[in-house]
Design a protein around this ligand. Structure first.
Ligand SMILES: [Fe+2]
Ligand SMILES: [Fe+2]
Length: 364
């Protein structure tokens, strides 16, 4: 009997929907040397995005779509997405318009670019006003609709964990029966948001997840200013995380939201993380160097940093601070012990300040 060649044997296995591990040389090549960044670093310039949003208001009538939104797609990703796990985009809503209510298993958030008191999102019955640079969460499977009852167009950034949810193949979606959801009209005392501060009802067990939260810009900006004189992170400057106020964890189970200040002339050290991130420039101008590529950014630009790519930030101005809002997929990785960083872990690496030493009593 003539012995089969390995090639013939592989063909036989293939017909039976099996494959020998010896055929995985190419896979091994991918694994050796660690992750290859998924996608490329890229900037979406406000000066190119904004005119297209204005144009979309003319071309797409309100009745035609529930969401007049652009997704920012990474030119290096075949499957879509801004990074392999995150999708960022921008949306514009004209005066008098309503983006009707729905819910989905994709978690989302809004970071407002242009808004005012009469622009608001309703999340699970709670009204969240949208002022410039407020952050509003629409957690997984929460009802949400957006309203512009003002005389000015409103614009915001949308960030979703869509590529992650699609990757796990769990995309559920449901439209609300009607344009707008029921609002908790009786009193704000019924709001979940009224139960997440430092003073909470003693008679209730707090809701811990899927909180319909609004993080006002006035609070974020005040806290950045308060902490601006600290050394901060060598890799991110004064980077603050919007946390879940009940459990202290990330704002949403998959998404970590940050606001960071790069002080005038600040240049951070380079690092790389197994997480990826999307950034929106609140104000200032500078650049983020990702591997060999320089991403030049200024106010209202959006950019992405793929996973495991070396990166550092530079505030080009000698007189003005730069402020960046960003969303990271760090919680997805931490949940499975897959978060790594080089050259060192910079997240929660240092202890909080100690109680000042008590001076010895002087003898009199
Ligand atoms: Fe939605
Ligand atoms: Fe980073």
């Amino acid at each position: 009997m003539v012995a089969k060649t390995l090639q013939e044997f592989d063909v036989e296995l293939d017909k039976l929907h099996m494959r020998g591990q010896w055929q995985y040389d190419r896979l091994l090549e991918q694994v050796i040397g660690g992750p290859k960044p998924a996608g490329v670093p890229y900037v979406w310039k406000w000066e190119e995005v904004y005119p297209k949003l204005v144009e979309a208001c003319d071309i797409i009538p309100e009745s035609y779509t529930a969401r007049r939104n652009f997704s920012f797609l990474n030119p290096g990703l075949e499957r879509g997405g801004t990074t392999h796990t995150l999708l960022i985009g921008m949306q514009m809503i004209k005066p008098g318009e309503l983006a009707w209510a729905h819910r989905h298993t994709i978690a989302a958030l809004r970071f407002v670019v242009r808004g005012n008191e009469r622009v608001y999102t309703v999340v699970d019955g709670e009204v969240c006003p949208m002022h410039a640079y407020d952050l509003i969460l629409t957690p997984r499977w929460s009802w949400h609709d957006h309203h512009n009852e003002s005389d000015h167009p409103a614009i915001w950034v949308d960030v979703l964990d869509l590529p992650f949810v699609i990757g796990l193949n769990v995309p559920f979606y449901e439209p609300y029966p009607g344009d707008r959801q029921q609002v908790r009209r009786s009193s704000e005392a019924e709001y979940i948001q009224a139960r997440t501060g430092a003073l909470r009802p003693t008679w209730e067990r707090p809701k811990e997840r899927h909180l319909p939260l609004r993080y006002p810009w006035v609070d974020a900006e005040a806290q950045l200013k308060r902490l601006a004189k600290l050394e901060g992170s060598p890799y991110d400057g004064i980077a603050l995380e919007y946390v879940n106020p009940i459990n202290g964890g990330p704002a949403m189970p998959t998404l970590s939201c940050w606001i960071q200040m790069l002080r005038p002339g600040e240049e951070t050290k380079s690092h790389r993380q197994t997480s990826s991130a999307v950034y929106f420039v609140v104000r200032g101008e500078g650049k983020t160097i990702v591997n060999d590529e320089e991403l030049e950014w200024k106010q209202h630009d959006t950019f992405c940093v793929p996973n495991w790519a070396w990166h550092r930030h530079v505030n080009r101005s000698r007189s003005d601070e730069a402020i960046l809002f960003s969303v990271h997929d760090i919680p997805m990785l931490q949940a499975f012990d897959l978060y790594y960083e080089e050259p060192e872990n910079s997240i929660r690496a240092r202890p909080a300040p100690l109680v000042p030493p008590v001076p010895e009593k002087s003898e009199k």
